[in-house]
Design a protein around this ligand. Structure first.
Ligand code: SF4
Ligand code: SF4
Length: 259
């Protein structure tokens, strides 16, 4: 009997730091086991060998910041049966989306000796602003076990089972004392998507929102609580203006609370 056909996987990079692709490599043993079900057809961070499409699953890291990349993502969509975006850059525009709140030409003039050589769009936008996306995996960087679940789910033709609740649930599960309630430390955990394992509160710090907005974030309520513990509106806006600044819920909350 012929062996079942393996899922053909391609990994693509746009504007990003490569940290999310590295999470795939850091799967190590799990990745070797996965090779029975998945053929890594194109993954330039791991190998120069590149098999042509079409692909069953494309993992896309990074945001769209150039006209060239805006055209390239259309090609990726055309050759991909399923397209999954991985990380804050791909799902929310990343830290580079801070340009969306300012004038990109001021930045290039300040940073580069010859800004006239820089070809860039005025904005950094998530992949979903350009093409249909089948699933978004949040995080900066993403959780490698959640990535494994996404790849397995695609190979098995089902929807990935990724929790949509907030970091607070993870915090409670590991038995961490709430830093906001106990010490008045500002924390974005109540509005942030789970996935990191609530690392920061476990080290006595508030959550920075690396995993982006949870499914139904109550940012108005969190804003009221932050003000109650003495955080100014501009400070709250700065908190939202991190790697997920351009995610809808965080952008709106930052605009509303920073005025
Ligand atoms: S989401 Fe974070 S870790 Fe992933 S590519 Fe962007 S900056 Fe790097
Ligand atoms: S420390 Fe932050 S994430 Fe943990 S329970 Fe308190 S508010 Fe939620």
């Amino acid at each position: 009997m012929a062996a079942p056909r393996r899922t053909r996987l391609a990994v693509w990079k746009f504007a990003s730091c490569d940290g999310c692709q590295l999470q795939l490599l850091s799967l190590e043993r799990e990745l070797l086991a996965l090779l029975g079900e998945v053929e890594v057809a194109s993954f330039l961070e791991a190998s120069r060998a590149e098999a042509p499409g079409p692909y069953d699953l494309s993992l896309v890291e990074g945001s769209i910041t150039t006209a060239h990349d805006a055209a390239r993502i259309q090609h990726v969509r055309r050759v991909s049966k399923s397209l999954v975006t991985i990380g804050a850059c791909a799902t929310a525009g990343g830290i580079q989306a801070l340009r969306n709140f300012a004038d990109v030409h001021e930045f290039t003039a300040a940073v580069y000796a010859h800004p006239e050589y820089i070809e860039t769009l005025a904005t950094s936008t998530p992949i979903a602003h350009h093409v249909r996306v089948d699933f978004e995996l949040h995080g900066c960087p993403i959780n490698k076990l959640q990535l494994l679940e996404v790849i397995r789910a695609c190979a098995q033709g089902r929807r990935p089972s990724i929790p949509a609740h907030s970091v607070c649930v993870e915090c409670k599960r590991r038995g961490t004392v709430c830093v906001m309630v106990a010490r008045g430390t500002p924390c974005l955990g109540p509005v942030t998507h789970a996935g990191c394992g609530a690392i920061c509160p476990a080290y006595d710090r508030g959550c920075y929102g690396c995993y982006g907005p949870m499914e139904t974030p109550n940012t108005a309520s969190l804003g009221a609580e932050w003000r109650r513990i003495g955080v100014s509106k501009p400070a709250l806006r700065r908190a939202y203006r991190g790697v997920n600044a351009f995610a809808d819920a965080f952008r709106k909350a930052g605009d509303a609370d920073g005025a």
